[in-house]
Design a protein around this ligand. Sequence first.
Ligand code: ZN
Length: 398
Amino acid sequence: MTNRKTYAALAAAALVATTVTATVTGASPANAQAAPPANAHCGTSTGDTGANAWTDHAELRDALETLEAQRSDVLDVSQIGASNRGRAIWAARTGTGPKVVLITSEIHGNEKTGTDALLALLRDFTAPTPEARRLRSQVTLVAVPKMNPDAAELDRRGNDRTWAEVVADFPQLASARPAWNYYTQPRSGDDYASRPGFDVNRDYHPDLDYVPRPEDFPGSSAQTGWYIHPESQAIRDLYKSLKTEFGAVDTYVDLHHQGPCDLDESGENQVTMSLSGKFIDIANHQEYDRGYRLDYSKQLTLAAYDALQTRGESPFGSLTLYPQDIDLPGTGLGSFALNGSGTVLFEVRGQTQTWGAKQRGQLVQTVVNGLDGIIDALADGSVTQVDPARYDDIPETQ
Ligand SMILES: [Zn+2]
């Protein structure tokens, strides 16, 4: 999700950055007026920037092929679709348990930690160990790493698609105004003017059989999306098939990044990861309520939170609750929550930048440990014993 930052957080981050800069370089106080760029490092962080350290599309293919060859008895990798520019979208499935967990990463292509975390999770979950066998007997894991590969290869938020291409796929939209989430101007350093694209994470609709209608455009953030993109269609189709097979998609987790400079309630610690189980205001979407379970999403969120607290995986920051006052039915999380799935958002620190291999590894491990917490609690049934009221005690981002 990201791209949502309060003025207070920006101001605090600017203050931190300025303080450090001034200490190191003796820079003038005039810099205090400058907000950090979107990819700024914060505090005393050092390290490289750019996308090179992360797993690209070809490397993901190789990693999935290798793992499938090693664990062919328990892992199946299949192509579930192709991006607008024809890049494969893969789903990796393992386990035979009655509870299905669907996890996606990189719907925003500059939010890359989740893809590496899913590869690590798949290695753990398919391992020839008694513990992994036990988990596989209780849970079916379906992971879609890098679900928006065109955006990922461009290292940006939006996909690579023009409105004209949308209309070519849906001729009934010839008279419609382009979707509100269509980027055609430079944005966050990315050149959407010459290569337009859409925020795919506003393209979902709780009616999984919805067909785009011109009167539903341009829409808005508070309204449902349309499944006009091959990337969201691939996830929708997978979700539908799992729902048919299992009766319900028990849990859906979407892996994102937030800004690198968010601070916790104390105002002193940078947030390692924010979690959330709430993405819509159900009062506004009663017509699409097909078994919304907010308390269950809170229990799943707490399963991740408790696991991370227990394991102390906050090496350079802290865990917080993502803002709760959002109403985003066009997100995958919002639409699938309305379909009755328990839903959890992970917003780990950073956009594309890393802080070097060690801290990058810690952030990936933070995501993995949070996912482990959810899967463990599902496998042994303890998730249903979690008191959802504790959700409100998770500290908020400042
Ligand atoms: Zn995001």
